[in-house]
Each structure stands twice: as structure tokens, then as C-alpha cells.
Design a protein around this ligand. Structure first.
Ligand code: NBP
Length: 474
């Protein structure tokens, strides 16, 4: 019998996805550029289900029922294009090519348009959850045509993570929508991790708590509003003792955070769209700063490092918890704003509540909190900001004093908390009656005759700064 679906690219993600499909009873055709990987998959896991190994893409294509569905799981970028170029001449109109890699959404838009010319469906599907998710149920964010989703949706929903029996997979929107949403997911993940790291740093350096003690704090937090995968594994990492030295492992790991680039992409796109995603930007920059070893050493030599203050109190722990929660609300509010802006820009018609729903399981940012976001958008799909939803408004209001105390403590102690502090500035920026943007407009008009608008009259105006300083219509 022909295979139901195919996977090409059998490194860790592709082979686990193929196994996931097979374990759900699908006959899966599998292929990899170097055949050894295909053989290894069959040898190690062939007994788990119904695999059809293929030595070439021709064989793979020939083994499939029509319309064909082929998932590409290779390295993002040029390798993905290489596979698509080789595959397209072998396919027939109506066939579906699914890219499950971490593609940039602009590449996905380009590929979708090109394949449409050939009568093919190209589906850029964001897949989150790493290797464990790919095997046991990832969060899946497929873009592409509605028609392709009619064929693919049932399979993808089958293999996706489930929360309360709801699959963490939904048709996100046309062309690059799926990969865009996956990108923002990763950006939010950066912000979330940065905020968690700042909370740890404050409890450690201002509160004087040892990593194992902070691990206990996080374990406690994971039973409340902050319950999430990242908070749960923070307790695991902080509690881990290095076998070689007997020290906390976190004290032995080099403090230079690396990045593969999806956080940077999120910020770059936010700059293009004009959406302030300060939480994600601070997280990306904090990683960059951590990696500037030479500069850090030079500045530390010149100024010294802040001393540990010590003397953690229950109130500090509770303040940091509230600051973390409020800052997290801001980071998510910004990420959802960015998705809304992109949806308007590209005509995607994104259902923001559905995005929160499919992130509840399978992916790195899965959290109790996402139910609240879904509820907020269910109540009002046009919500101006997550911050104004009743639940989040109350949460931020009740956290506000603690949040400010933590920001003051961090600044006073000399412990960097760019995530907490910039989230607070964002909140204060949005709620200000008047912003000094009026002064910026005045300055722009002064040096560049860029004109300004007035609060009391329609139109554009210019002041004759170098003349008699009278105002003229521009
Ligand atoms: P890699 O990103 O390490 O890619 C290795 C695969 O790409 C191998 O199958 C390799 O074939 C194939 N490949 C390359 Br490289 N160049 C090729 C070419 N020119 N033509 C054909 N095949 C080529 O694999 P991965 O870590 O499994 O990730 C797969 C995708 O999933 C990536 O886009 C990644 O960003 C994404 N992703 C990864 C994770 C994760 O946690 N790792 C999570 C979510 C998404 P070979 O065996 O012949 O060299």
C-alpha cells in the first residue's frame, strides 16, 4: 500500500517526527540525503510502526498516495531550498510540501509563492518542542492554504501535543503565518528566560540565596500563577550539583549565553513593523552582552563588580515573584501585539486566542498563564493590549508596588535587571497621559522642519524657528 505521508531529513527532529507519525498508525515514507541515517532509523526504531525507507527522493515520491504530503526536516536556509528544488520536478499539481524546519517567514512566503506557480501547496509549519516534542507531541503552527490544511490538519493534530484533549495545532493562516508565529514564540521564549534569569540573579546577589535555595523558591512558584515548563526546569537546573566539583552546576557553567537567531529575527521584524517588543529586545541584547568577554573583563577591572547584599527576606522573594509575573505579562503582551501587527500587514487574519491555545502544550513556553491569554482574546478579539484585559489589569495592578520595589533594589544594588526595568518603563509609557514625544517632535521640527501636529487643531504645522518663530501651516 502507498505511504500516507513522507519525511525527508532524518536528523534528530525528522526521525523523531517520523516515529511520532508511525506510532500514530500512519504508514510513513522516510528519506535522508545520506542513506545511513535512514538505515539507522529503520534498524533502531523500525519495529515502532510502518516505515517505508526510500534511498532517493524519486523513490520517496513514488511510494506516496496522492495528493502527496512530504515533510522536509533539514537544516533551515540553503539546504531547505536545495531539497525543494530537487523535489518540485518530481511532484504533481495538488501535492503538498511541508517545511517543518525553523525557516524565516520571509523565505516561507517566497517558497509558497513559487510553488503555487507550479500548482503545489507549500506549508511552512513551525514546530516547537525540540526533539522530545517531535517524538511525543510538539506544538505545531502550520501556515499555507486552507485546502492544504484540510488534508494535513487531521494528521498534524493527531501527532501534536494535547492539553485537555485539545490538539496544540491549528491552521495559523496563509503563506508565512505559521513560521512568523513560531518566530514570535521563540522571541517570547527569550524574554521569558531572561526574566527568569533576572529573578534568580536578584535572589542570589541581592538576597544572598544559594542556587539550591533559589531552586526551592522556583519549585514553590511553580504551584501558582507562574506554573510553567520554564519555571519547572529552572528549579531542576538551579538544584543540580556538578559531579566533578560538588558546586552548583550553574556556578560552573560559563556565563555566556548563545543564540541561534530566532530572537534576533523577532526583534528585526518588530523594528520593521514598528512594534515595541522591548522584553524580547532586552533579552537578545543581554545575551549579546554576556558574550562580550573581553569588554566585560575590561569594564569590571575599571569599576569592580557589585557586592552581594545578602539577607533575603520573605518579602523580597514575594516581590521578585510579582515583578516576574508582571514583566512576563508585558513580554507576552508585546509578542501578541507583534503578531497582530504582522497579521494586519500581511492579511493573515490571525486568531490570537488560538495561538495561546496551541502554545499550552508541547512547546518551551507552555504555561498555565496561556489559558488566561486565550480567555482574554475569547472575550475580546480586538483587545488593545493584553494589559487591559480584566484579569491581567488586576494582576499587573496588584503587582505594581512590588515590581517598583524590585526595580529600585536592582538599580540600587547594581544588579542588572534590564527585563524587569524595561517592562516597567513600557507599562509606564503606555499609561502616561502625556509623553515627551511632543518635545521630540519640537526638536525634529527645529532642526529638520519635519512639522508637528497639534492637540487642539487638525493639520500639520511648522514653526519658523530661525525666523520670527511664528507658526505656519505645513
Ligand atoms: P539539522 O538542522 O542538524 O539538519 C540536519 C539534516 O539536514 C540532515 O538530515 C542533513 O542530511 C540535512 N541536510 C543538510 Br545539513 N544539507 C542538506 C542538503 N543540501 N540537502 C539535503 N539534506 C540536507 O537537523 P535537526 O536538528 O533535526 O533540525 C531539523 C530542522 O528542524 C531545522 O530546520 C531546525 O532548525 C528545526 N528545529 C530543530 C529543533 C531542535 O530542537 N533541534 C527544534 C525545532 C525545530 P545529512 O544527514 O545527509 O547530512
Amino acid at each position: 500500500a502507498p505511504a500516507r505521508i513522507a519525511v525527508t531529513g532524518l536528523a534528530v527532529m525528522g526521525s523523531n517526527l517520523a516515529r511520532n507519525l508511525a506510532r500514530h498508525g500512519y504508514r510513513v515514507a522516510v528519506h535522508n540525503r545520506s542513506h545511513a541515517r535512514t538505515e539507522a532509523l529503520i534498524a533502531d526504531h523500525g519495529h515502532e510502526g510502518d516505515f517505508v525507507p526510500a534511498r532517493t527522493l524519486e523513490e520517496l515520491v513514488a511510494s506516496l498516495q496522492t495528493p502527496r504530503q512530504i515533510i522536509i526536516m533539514v537544516k533551515a536556509g540553503a539546504p531547505t531550498d536545495a531539497v525543494i528544488d530537487e523535489l518540485v520536478p518530481l511532484l504533481e499539481p495538488g501535492d503538498m510540501v511541508i517545511d517543518g524546519g525553523n525557516a524565516h517567514y520571509a523565505d516561507t512566503r517566497r517558497r509558497e509563492a513559487a510553488l503555487k506557480e507550479a500548482g503545489l501547496h507549500f506549508v511552512g509549519a513551525g514546530i516547537s518542542g525540540g526533539e522530545e516534542g517531535a517524538l511525543n507531541g510538539p506544538s505545531i503552527m502550520p501556515g499555507g492554504s486552507k485546502e492544504s490544511y484540510r488534508h494535513l490538519g487531521p494528521v498534524l493534530e493527531d501527532i501534536a501535543a494535547k492539553v485537555d484533549d485539545v490538539a496544540c495545532c491549528v491552521h495559523v493562516g496563509p503563506d508565512g503565518a505559521g513560521h512568523f508565529v513560531k518566530m514570535v514564540h521563540n522571541g517570547i521564549e527569550y524574554a521569558d528566560m531572561q526574566l527568569i534569569a533576572e529573578a534568580y540573579d536578584l535572589l542570589h546577589r541581592v538576597g544572598g540565596l544559594a542556587p539550591a535555595e533559589v531552586a526551592e523558591v522556583f519549585r514553590g512558584w511553580n504551584t501558582g500563577d507562574l506554573e510553567s515548563y520554564l519555571v519547572e526546569i529552572t528549579a531542576e537546573v538551579l538544584g543540580h550539583v556538578d559531579a566533578a566539583t560538588g558546586a552548583a552546576l550553574v556556578d560552573v557553567i560559563a556565563d555566556e549565553a548563545e543564540q541561534k537567531g530566532t530572537g534576533r529575527w523577532t526583534v528585526q521584524e518588530a523594528l520593521e513593523l514598528g512594534v515595541p517588543v522591548t522584553g524580547i529586545a532586552e533579552a537578545v541584547f543581554a545575551r549579546s552582552l554576556s558574550g562580550r568577554a573581553g569588554q566585560r573583563q575590561a569594564v569590571r577591572a575599571a569599576f569592580g563588580s557589585a557586592d552581594v547584599v545578602g539577607g533575603a527576606t520573605d518579602s523580597l522573594v514575594e516581590d521578585v515573584r510579582q515583578a516576574l509575573y508582571a514583566s512576563k505579562v508585558v513580554a507576552y503582551a508585546q509578542g501578541f501585539d507583534q503578531m497582530r501587527a504582522a497579521s494586519a500587514e500581511y492579511g493573515w487574519d490571525l486568531d490570537l486566542g488560538a495561538m495561546a491555545t496551541i502554545w499550552r502544550g508541547g512547546c518551551i513556553i507552555r504555561a498555565r498563564f496561556l489559558d488566561r491569554i486565550r480567555e482574554a482574546y475569547d472575550k475580546d478579539p480586538e483587545l488593545a493590549s493584553l494589559l487591559v484585559d480584566d484579569y491581567f489589569r488586576d494582576a499587573v495592578r496588584s503587582a505594581e508596588e512590588a515590581w517598583r520595589r524590585v526595580a529600585v533594589k536592582a538599580v540600587t544594588a547594581g544588579v542588572p535587571a534590564p527585563g524587569f526595568v524595561s517592562a516597567l518603563a513600557y507599562y509606564d509609557g503606555l499609561r502616561s497621559e502625556r509623553l515627551p514625544a511632543s518635545l521630540i517632535q519640537g526638536l525634529r521640527d527645529f532642526f529638520g522642519a519635519h512639522t508637528y501636529r497639534r492637540t487642539d487643531r487638525e493639520g500639520s504645522f511648522h514653526t519658523l524657528w530661525s525666523g520670527d518663530r511664528s507658526q505656519v501651516d505645513a
